[in-house]
Structure formats: structure tokens, C-alpha cells
Design a protein around this ligand. Structure first.
Ligand SMILES: C[S@@+](CC[C@H](N)C(=O)[O-])C[C@H]1O[C@@H](n2cnc3c(N)ncnc32)[C@H](O)[C@@H]1O
Length: 293
């Protein structure tokens, strides 16, 4: 029976990534320190220096990712002097020059973001999940994240028009087409690219923990059991913990000993492969719903 490994590394990912083999990782899922925003906890990087700081890391990530693997980057630009800084946009452009394809962008809608009042904007309730790949063809297991059809099907499929019964070619000439009637009698549909998840509320002794459902969804979508998942900014170890629970091997790198120790509490270096019955996020009533908790 296969063993599942979790390799937790204490150190700076700018150095430690060099020790990983070429083309060895199936999914990189990470949330790096945001520009300056958490300076008091683990040292922020000035927004103007962010791209310069990050590019050597993305070069290493490009090297270690398998040709059919995926890199998902959870990031959000901060407001500097009253406007959104452009470092994320600049980073995307530079990563494309580095050889990455910017394949997709998912949105994490934070269902429970706290209310507030600002003179020139509303509360920030979403973050980007930028998807990058090395190739246009990559592993993607779409059936693993299907969602119940729900009310939409009842409403939409009740009164089908003539167009709904035939293949309706895309108006933008993409060559894609849809036939709404195909969905009659089906219980599940493919999700869209917005994930409605509450932020982590459990006290994990880390100031920037993301909810377990976030890596879980992408691990389901882009990996299968025994694949390798990497989080170069591991923090409290959420990505690796979820990967282990889902029978994926993982590598996590964390620069601060206190967070590294936090991750070690419930992640074991080698675990038995076990049979997991994963519930879809939607079954928890979370992912598909835009209602606040
Ligand atoms: C946004 S937090 C990640 C939180 C994590 N997703 C979780 O759920 O706990 C970013 C983490 O990257 C770590 N970090 C910052 N610079 C690093 C570096 N050069 N190498 C490795 N880790 C680093 C920070 O100490 C912090 O724990």
C-alpha cells in the first residue's frame, strides 16, 4: 500500500526551492505575503519591489512544476495612496515573459468579510486566484468539482425556447455552442469560476490562514491521489494538511519557525494511504451559496 509523504521545510523558499527536482510537482497552491500588509508579523515587501522580489521565486516554480501541472496564486493588490497598486498586474505580465501562461482567474468571494466604511470604496470581499500553466494542455479533473443543479435547473429548464432545444452557437464566434436541453434530467453541473467561501474563523495562531475549502477545491480539480502538491509559503500548513487528508503528497516551505512548528502539530511526515470519501463543498451548503454566514 502506498505511503503519503509530507515534507515540511523550514527556510526561505528562495533558497529551498532550488533543492526540489525539475518537473516534479503537480499543483502549486500558495498565498504569498502580501505587499507590506502584514509587516508587523513576518515582514512585508514594499509594493514597488514586489515583482522584483517574486520573479526569482516564480522562475523556480516554473522549473519544478510538471509540464501538465498547475500553479494557483492567491493574491490581491493593496491600496496605496488612494488607488489600487498595479503590482499584481505587473507580476502577471512579467510571469508571461518568464514563460508562464496566464490560463484563468478564479475569484474567492469572502462571504463573511467584516463591514466597514471608507470614503471612496466599499468593503473588500474578494481575492484573486490566478491560474498559471506551462502548457495549454494540463491535467484538470472537472467532474470532481461538479455542483448540484439546484434551483437554476428548475427555473431555467421549465420553459425551454426553440433555441434551447438546438445547439446555439456562441455569438462571439468562438466555435463553442450550448444546447440548454442537454441539461434536462441531470443532477449536477460544472461550477463557475467564483468560489463563495467564508474566511477561516478558527484561531490557528497565524494571521493569514485561508479556509481549508480553498486548497481542497483546487487539489480536487488539478490533482489525483498520490500526486505532489507544493506550498512555498506554507504558513500554518493549510495546503499540506488538506493534501495529506486527500491522499496527496505535499511539500511546504515556511520561513518563520513558529509557523513551521504550527504546521508540524497535525501533519505527519509519512501517513498511510486511506480511503477518503470527500464531500463536495456544495454539500456543506458553502461553495454555491452567496449568502453570508
Ligand atoms: C499569507 S501567509 C500563508 C498562510 C497559509 N496559507 C495558511 O493557511 O496558514 C504567507 C506565509 O509565507 C511565509 N513567508 C514569507 N516569506 C517567505 C519566504 N521567503 N520563504 C518561505 N516562507 C515565507 C510567512 O512567514 C507566512 O507564514
Amino acid at each position: 500500500m502506498e505511503k503519503i509523504k509530507a515534507n515540511l521545510i523550514l527556510g526561505d523558499c528562495r533558497e529551498k526551492l532550488r533543492e526540489l527536482s525539475d518537473n516534479s510537482i503537480d499543483l502549486i497552491f500558495t498565498s504569498p505575503p502580501y505587499a507590506d500588509s502584514r509587516a508587523e508579523t513576518y515582514g512585508g515587501i514594499r509594493p514597488d519591489k514586489y515583482v522584483e522580489w517574486f520573479l526569482p521565486i516564480t522562475r523556480e516554480l516554473l522549473r519544478v512544476l510538471k509540464p501538465d501541472g498547475t500553479f494557483v496564486l492567491n493574491i490581491k493588490e493593496k491600496v496605496v495612496n488612494g488607488e489600487r497598486h498595479t503590482y499584481v498586474i505587473e507580476l502577471i505580465l512579467e510571469m508571461r515573459r518568464q514563460g508562464w501562461l496566464w490560463t484563468e482567474e478564479y475569484i474567492w468571494h469572502k462571504k463573511n468579510s467584516y463591514p466597514g466604511k471608507w470614503p471612496n470604496r466599499f468593503r473588500d470581499s474578494w481575492e484573486r486566484l490566478l491560474q498559471f500553466n506551462k502548457n495549454r494542455k494540463f491535467n484538470m479533473y472537472q467532474d470532481e468539482v461538479m455542483v448540484p443543479m439546484g434551483d437554476w435547473a428548475d427555473r431555467r429548464l421549465k420553459n425551454l425556447s426553440e433555441t434551447d432545444k438546438v445547439r446555439d452557437p456562441s455569438k462571439v464566434g468562438s466555435g463553442f455552442g450550448k444546447r440548454i436541453a442537454n441539461w434536462i434530467g441531470r443532477e449536477k453541473a460544472y461550477p463557475n469560476n467564483v468560489l463563495h467561501l467564508a474566511t477561516e474563523t478558527k484561531n490557528k495562531n497565524h494571521s493569514a490562514v485561508f479556509p481549508e475549502d480553498l486548497p481542497e477545491w483546487f487539489i480536487k480539480l488539478f490533482t489525483k491521489e498520490c500526486d505532489w502538491v507544493l506550498d512555498p509559503f506554507m504558513g500554518s500548513g493549510t495546503t499540506c494538511r488538506v493534501a495529506q487528508r486527500m491522499n496527496r503528497n505535499s511539500i511546504g516551505i515556511e520561513i518563520l519557525p513558529e509557523y513551521y512548528q504550527l504546521a508540524q502539530v497535525d501533519i505527519v511526515p509519512v501517513s498511510e494511504f486511506h480511503s477518503v470519501q470527500l464531500t463536495l463543498l456544495e454539500n456543506k451548503g458553502d461553495y454555491g451559496s452567496t449568502k453570508s454566514k
